[in-house]
Design a protein around this ligand. Structure first.
Ligand code: CP
Ligand code: NVA
Length: 308
C-alpha cells in the first residue's frame, strides 16, 4: 500500500509520534551545517519530489524544497498555470504521467477531492501541502514546536480561536490521534468541520466548541489562531466583524496558563486575528513553528518513501 499523506490519519498516531522523534533527531544532528548541505546520511539521494502549487505559498514551497534537498534528493517545482493541468488536463492523467518521472508528489490545491483523485491514480506517494479541507504538514510542525517548548502531548489543552478552517480540522484530527484536547471558540456559522470533530471525539479527545474566546483560552497550554480569510475565500466585512471578539490579544493570553505559547501558521494579519503585542511578544513561537515545517516534512517524506 502506498504511503500517501493526505490527512494525519493516513499515518496514524504511532507513526506521527515516530515522525516527531525523527524530526527532532535530524534537526539536532545537522545543527550548524550550512542550510544547503545534505544530512550526513542523505537517505533520499537520487529521489525527486514534484511540488505542484495551485495556490500561493512561501513556507510550504521553501520548506519542502529544502527538505528534499537536505535528504539528498531534488525538488521539481510546478505551478498549475504553467502545466496542462491549468488548461484542463485531468488530475488523473497528470497523476499517471508524473508517476513515470518522479518519486513523490506534493500538491497544494483547493478541493480535497482533487488530491484524493491524484493519490488514487498515482503510483508514487502524494503529500498534502494544504487543501480547503486540511493542512496536515502544518500541524506536524506545530506539534514539534509544542514538544520543543517542553510540553507533552497527551493531556495537552489547546485553544483555537477564530475561523473553523483547514488548519482547525488538522488540529482536531491530531487531537484524536495523539490524545490531547482542543477548545475551539468561533462565531456561529464558522464552526470547524463536524466530521473531524466527530472522528476526534470517537477517538477519545475532548473537543469543545464554544462562543466565548476567554472561556476557550482559560487554562490552555497553547493558543492558536489563523487568518480569518483563507486562500480562495472572498474578503467579507461581516465575517471580519463577526470574528473580532475572537481575536487573540493580551487578555486572551492572560487567561491561558502562565507558560502558554502562541502559534500561528502564517501568513498573519496583525490587529485582525492576533494583535502585534501577542504575535511579536514573548510567548510567541511563530518563527520556530515556521522553521519546523522543514524538519517535520523531512520525516513525512521519509515515511512516504518507506524510509522511516
Ligand atoms: N503556513 C503555510 O502553509 O504557509 P505558506 O502559505 O506560505 O506555505
Ligand atoms: N487557512 C489558511 C492557511 C494558510 C497557510 C488558508 O487556507 O489560506
Amino acid at each position: 500500500m502506498m504511503n500517501h499523506f493526505l490527512n494525519l490519519s493516513d499515518a496514524g498516531g504511532n507513526v506521527l509520534a515516530a515522525m516527531l522523534n525523527d524530526a527532532m533527531d535530524r534537526k539536532a544532528a545537522r545543527k550548524g551545517l550550512p542550510k544547503g548541505l545534505a544530512d550526513a546520511d542523505a537517505p533520499l539521494a537520487g529521489h525527486v519530489l514534484a511540488m505542484i502549487f495551485e495556490k500561493n505559498s512561501t513556507r510550504t514551497r521553501t520548506s519542502f524544497e529544502m527538505a528534499i534537498r537536505q535528504l539528498g534528493g531534488q525538488p521539481m517545482m510546478m505551478t498549475s498555470d504553467q502545466m496542462q493541468l491549468g488548461r484542463g488536463e485531468t488530475i488523473e492523467d497528470t497523476a499517471q504521467v508524473l508517476s513515470r518521472f518522479v518519486d513523490a508528489i506534493m500538491i497544494r490545491t483547493d478541493d480535497h477531492a482533487k488530491i484524493e483523485a491524484l493519490a488514487a491514480n498515482a503510483s508514487v506517494p502524494v503529500i498534502n501541502g494544504l487543501t480547503d479541507q486540511s493542512h496536515p504538514c502544518q500541524i506536524l510542525a506545530d506539534l514539534l514546536t509544542i514538544l520543543e517548548s517542553g510540553k507533552a502531548l497527551p493531556g495537552l489543552q489547546i485553544a483555537y480561536l477564530g475561523d473553523g478552517n483547514n488548519v482547525t480540522s488538522s488540529i482536531i484530527e491530531a487531537a484524536g490521534l495523539l490524545k490531547f484536547n482542543v477548545a475551539i471558540a468561533s462565531p456561529e456559522g464558522y464552526d470547524p468541520d463536524p466530521a473531524f470533530v466527530a472522528q476526534a471525539r470517537e477517538r477519545g479527545a475532548r473537543i469543545d466548541i464554544m462562543r466565548d474566546a476567554m472561556a476557550a483560552a482559560k487554562g490552555a497550554d497553547v493558543i492558536i489562531t489563523d487568518t480569518w480569510v483563507s486562500m480562495g475565500q472572498a474578503h467579507a466585512d461581516e465575517k471580519i466583524a463577526a470574528m473580532m471578539p475572537f481575536q487573540v490579544n493580551d487578555a486572551v493570553m492572560a487567561a491561558a496558563k502562565d507558560d502558554a505559547i502562541f502559534l500561528h501558521c502564517l501568513p498573519a494579519h496583525r490587529e485582525e486575528e492576533v494583535t502585534a503585542s501577542v504575535i511579536d511578544g514573548p510567548q510567541s513561537r511563530i518563527w520556530d513553528e515556521a522553521e519546523n515545517r522543514l524538519h517535520a516534512q523531512k520525516s513525512v517524506l521519509l515515511w512516504a518513501l518507506g524510509k522511516l
